[in-house]
Design a protein around this ligand. Structure first.
Ligand code: 5GP
Length: 119
């Protein structure tokens, strides 16, 4: 496994600035630097799990926490009636940062059934 700190770990360490929306002992939520929708948040566990498929049984609690946080962040941003969560797993699926994160996207019209082009 790559032991270099991920860009998200560097943000958590304060080495790289970001627009922090929320943080707790298990996760941070920041605005995406290159938003694909008017609301585009990244929900990131403090622990580095490179890809979703690398998650193990021990990560159940933090994975659940991320999902609950997604709902809470949608409430906080005023978009709880219409938002989309995306996890890219693997470079060919568009993953560029190998530290698991949920994209929360909202206030954009998502065409029905457009799963192939979620952004
Ligand atoms: P992925 O492509 O891995 O699913 O998503 C990575 C996301 O991280 C991209 O949407 C990209 O814009 C965002 N990102 C990359 N570097 C930074 C950064 O330094 N700050 C912030 N806020 N977002 C970043």
């Amino acid at each position: 496994m790559n032991t270099e700190p991920s860009i998200f770990e560097r943000i958590m360490a304060g080495d790289i600035p970001s627009e922090m929306v929320y943080e707790d002992d298990q996760a941070i939520v920041i605005r995406d630097i290159n938003p694909q929708a008017p609301i585009h948040l990244l929900i990131i566990p403090r622990i580095k799990i490179p890809r979703l498929v690398d998650a193990e049984q021990d990560h159940r609690e933090v994975l659940g926490h991320l999902m609950l946080l997604a709902g809470q962040m949608a409430e906080k941003m005023g978009c709880s009636d219409a938002f989309r969560l995306v996890v890219n797993n693997g470079a060919e699926a568009g993953q560029t940062v190998f530290h698991l994160h949920l994209h929360l996207l909202a206030q954009k019209r998502f065409d029905e059934g457009s799963l192939a082009s979620p952004f």
